[in-house]
Write a protein that binds this ligand. Sequence first.
Ligand code: NAG
Ligand code: NAG
Ligand code: NAG
Ligand code: NAG
Ligand code: NAG
Length: 253
Amino acid sequence: MDAQPVRLLGAAFLAAAVRLAVQARAQPRQVNGVLGGSVVLSAALPPNATVREIEWSFSAGAGATIRTAELSRGRFERPDPGDRFRQRLEMFNATSLRISALEPGDGGLYGARVKLLPAVVHDQSFNLSVFEPLPDPEIQSWLLSETPARCNVSLQCRVPSGTRGTVAWMNPRRDQRGLWVRPISGGVLKVEVQRSYANATLTCRVRSAVEERRRSIDLLHVCWSRGEAIRLGCWTTVAAAILLGPSAWRLSP
Ligand SMILES: *[C@@H]1O[C@H](CO)[C@@H](O)[C@H](O)[C@H]1NC(C)=O
Ligand SMILES: *[C@@H]1O[C@H](CO)[C@@H](O)[C@H](O)[C@H]1NC(C)=O
Ligand SMILES: *[C@@H]1O[C@H](CO)[C@@H](O)[C@H](O)[C@H]1NC(C)=O
Ligand SMILES: *[C@@H]1O[C@H](CO)[C@@H](O)[C@H](O)[C@H]1NC(C)=O
Ligand SMILES: *[C@@H]1O[C@H](CO)[C@@H](O)[C@H](O)[C@H]1NC(C)=O
């Protein structure tokens, strides 16, 4: 007779605990990707958990939530292979989903419902933002004056207007004592260099939340090179793109 209310109480307590746990992880994890690139969404597991199934879903804005993929006993299934993702979803590993050839419309909330043996369910979510790729920065250089011993140049680093990134010159290496660098506004750098340090390289970078692109200029391309009075151009030796941070995000259980 008494056992029933106690069990009910226990069930209510359990339900509250589960709700609390769900609320605690309701905050989606931010994941950033670049148009045309790929991201890996990685579900977190408690230690030693055995996964029965992971269901992935997607919703953008006010639209309906669609089930995008299911991973069950090592088998990867797409409930609707004709959805917006088509061939762009794949199983990265047992707990991760990879989305490739990112499109602007891929931004939104992704859910992972992780079902563990024997009967535990973990809901996790990811907020994917898709960014425009950054352009390579451009460096223009002007030779201001030079003597056989020293050279003054002005360098400007630029990206096309409208680029959503910050442009900055990187500090030259510390050991370059024959090199004086003074930043002026607008991405302009005034540089004075001694002849013996003319092989110094200066690097400009443009950076967004996701990516960084760099371009470097070798001062020997500007100073003491065939004695031309003014050099105006894009003397660049290296352009490189770097992806910031891990593209796979792991949740702590
Ligand atoms: C996980 O399993 C290993 C061996 O299978 C065991 O040594 C370890 O204590 C377990 N960890 C937890 C948190 O249960
Ligand atoms: C899957 O890949 C992610 C990202 O590289 C990694 O953090 C995770 O440990 C991997 N999981 C398994 C089960 O291999
Ligand atoms: C997802 O990220 C976008 C951009 O950062 C933000 O505007 C939006 O509020 C986030 N959505 C949720 C549910 O956190
Ligand atoms: C370079 O500029 C500095 C300061 O503007 C000046 O003192 C120096 O004489 C210049 N050097 C040359 C080689 O023109
Ligand atoms: C520049 O040249 C000096 C001596 O010629 C050399 O010691 C130094 O390593 C060179 N630096 C770079 C960045 O090439």
